[in-house]
Design a protein around this ligand. Structure first.
Ligand SMILES: NC(=O)C1=CN([C@@H]2O[C@H](COP(=O)(O)OP(=O)(O)OC[C@H]3O[C@@H](n4cnc5c(N)ncnc54)[C@H](OP(=O)(O)O)[C@@H]3O)[C@@H](O)[C@H]2O)C=CC1
Ligand SMILES: O=C1O[C@H](COP(=O)(O)O)[C@@H](O)[C@H](O)[C@H]1O
Length: 509
């Protein structure tokens, strides 16, 4: 197979950006992994890119005192979290806008003092009473924090010129019932247009590019249907394990951790109808239609796996049951594969195979759109029945973000031999490297009040409605053969069997 690169027309100059209003970003869970590795670096990069208003402040909230949460001080603590350039002259001005408030999330007095702190910041920094409350905490705290913000009069704007919004992290609930209950709790305190349910996959350029690829080009959409597409594969493979998050992961597993949210979001972008506009309500409506058209998933179309001990690159790798704070008899799945059927005019009869797993051969999130064979085999070799390799479009979300189109080309010479060739588009080659971790775009959108790339109540409940019956069935039917795939592999044999039953196999990645 040979590669053919596409030449790239340089992008037009960036349109002037609209800056958010002055505001305070209050991060609950400030000393946590997400804040240090992703949120603070994202805010810093926005500041570096001159995308934030000059009147902005960040207040981190967590239980322990500052010197324990960010040892020995805020600046060094932020640097230690990674993702910022320590010698950048913009780092000090950024840090000067970040402060810290130690309190327990369930202590009402803490909210009184937080409210006073925020008023003081409004006066000092000119942040004008606008608030963005980011709940970067374990999900069990979401309802308490929301309730206490409401009880302390912090959930409503103080005038018709100010705003209060909240970003709520995933997982939003742990099944359909709890997601509904959480939605009810949150809706008692915040109006729907104040709520931003985040899924950082929607902030990734390559995920947004799925919509651009489909709806800003006229050449692909005509073949984007059951007449031309044989099946779709979505793979979200991680080479890392659970990285010390034993207690969280034991209660989550791959379905709750990434399939119900990240993978379902990606799938909806691949499968949705063109929205009437790029307004939040129009995009969300089309996504929900896709999830609601997915048929109940048969038990034999839901595969689970758990990684066992192995050797990776000559080094021993622990199995999931040997990880810190994981039960030695755990039934939690670290791998899940599903066959989904979307019963609508566009997709009837086109299976969507999705898989997600920890400790797989490599880190790779990618979508393959596999096309049907041409109706007539004009170029078959004399005496053979072999099929030519089908065309596919592969969209790489990460790493090596880009898109490949594979097609057949004539091999030079006297006979009509065909070879598969690739046309490759690489994001980095075309537009240069990007520091965007998904959170930059989404933080900025929330500050601007644009909810297009955030989940809506209906969507969250629609995806839980699909996933919950599988979770319930798995709970009732423990597997006796776990662990069933070695760390560093492509998952359990049962996952290959899922496609084999349909005469297909996962594309080799
Ligand atoms: N980490 C990641 O890469 C990702 C995380 N998420 C989501 O983000 C959220 C946060 O995850 P993560 O950062 O990993 O979690 P961590 O466990 O690392 O952080 C939890 C934070 O909450 C604080 N906290 C816990 N209990 C209390 C309490 N009673 N009162 C005050 N503060 C408290 C902790 O403060 P202290 O240290 O003082 O106890 C800490 O700041 C989760 O919903 C997760 O699903 C989503 C995508 C990716
Ligand atoms: O939300 C989560 O996502 C990460 C994967 O995110 P990525 O941007 O690195 O692909 C996953 O590792 C984590 O378990 C999950 O909670």
């Amino acid at each position: 197979m040979t590669n053919t690169e596409i030449s790239v027309t340089p992008p037009p100059p960036a349109a002037p950006e609209r800056k958010p209003d002055p505001c305070i970003v209050v991060i609950f869970g400030a000393s946590g992994d997400l804040t240090k590795r992703k949120l603070l670096p994202a805010l810093y990069h926005l500041e570096q890119g001159n995308l934030l208003p000059s009147e902005i402040a960040v207040v981190g909230v967590a239980r322990r005192p500052l010197e324990q949460s960010f040892p020995p001080d805020m600046k060094e603590g932020v640097i230690a979290g990674g993702g910022v350039e320590k010698d950048d002259p913009k780092l000090d001005p950024f840090i000067s806008k970040v402060s810290y408030h130690a309190m327990n999330f369930d202590d009402p007095k803490g909210y009184d003092s937080l409210k006073a702190v925020l008023s003081g910041i409004d006066e000092k920094f000119g942040t004008k009473g606008n608030r963005l409350f980011y709940l970067a905490t374990a999900p069990e705290y979401f309802s308490d924090i929301i309730k206490l913000l409401g009880e302390h009069g912090m959930s409503k704007p103080t005038s018709d010129r100010t705003w209060v919004r909240t970003i709520i992290e995933k997982p939003f609930g742990h099944d359909l019932e709890s997601a509904r209950a959480l939605n009810d709790e949150v809706n008692k305190v915040f109006d729907e247009d104040q709520i931003f349910r985040i899924d950082h996959y929607l902030g990734k350029e390559t995920v947004q590019n799925i919509l651009v690829f489909r709806f800003a080009n006229s050449i692909f959409e005509n073949v984007w249907n059951r007449n031309y597409i044989d099946h779709v594969e979505i793979t979200a493979a991680e080479s890392i394990g659970i990285e010390g998050r034993g207690p969280f992961y034991e209660g989550a597993g791959a379905l709750r951790d990434v399939v119900q949210n990240h993978v379902m979001e990606v799938l909806s972008f691949i499968a949705m109808e063109p929205p009437v506009s790029f307004e939040a309500s129009a995009v969300r409506a089309e996504k929900v239609k896709v999830w609601r058209a997915i048929q109940p998933i048969a038990p034999e179309h839901a595969i689970r796996g758990q990684y066992g001990p192995s050797t990776i690159n000559g080094k021993p790798a622990a199995g999931y049951r040997e990880e810190d704070r994981v039960s030695p008899t755990s039934q939690t799945e670290t791998y899940a594969a599903l066959k989904l059927e979307i019963e609508n005019w566009r997709w009837a009869g086109v299976p969507f195979y999705i898989r997600a797993g920890k400790r797989m051969t490599k880190r790779l999130t990618e979508i393959t759109i596999m096309f049907k064979q041409p109706p007539l085999r004009l170029f078959k070799k004399e005496g053979t029945s072999e099929h030519i390799e089908p065309n596919f479009i592969s969209m790489r979300i990460q790493p090596d973000d880009g898109i490949t189109l594979r097609f057949g080309a004539k091999v030079p010479g006297p006979s009509m031999d065909i070879s598969a060739v690739d046309m490759d588009f690489s994001y980095a080659d075309a537009f240069g490297p990007s520091s965007n971790n998904g959170y930059e775009r989404l933080l900025l959108d929330a500050m601007l009040g644009d909810a297009t790339l955030f989940a809506h109540r209906d969507g969250v409940e629609a995806t839980w409605a699909l996933i919950t019956p599988i979770l319930e069935n798995w709970k009732k039917t423990p597997l006796s053969d776990l662990p069933n795939y070695p760390a560093g592999s492509w998952g359990p044999a049962t996952s290959d069997a899922l496609l084999k039953a349909d005469g297909r196999k996962w594309r080799k990645l």
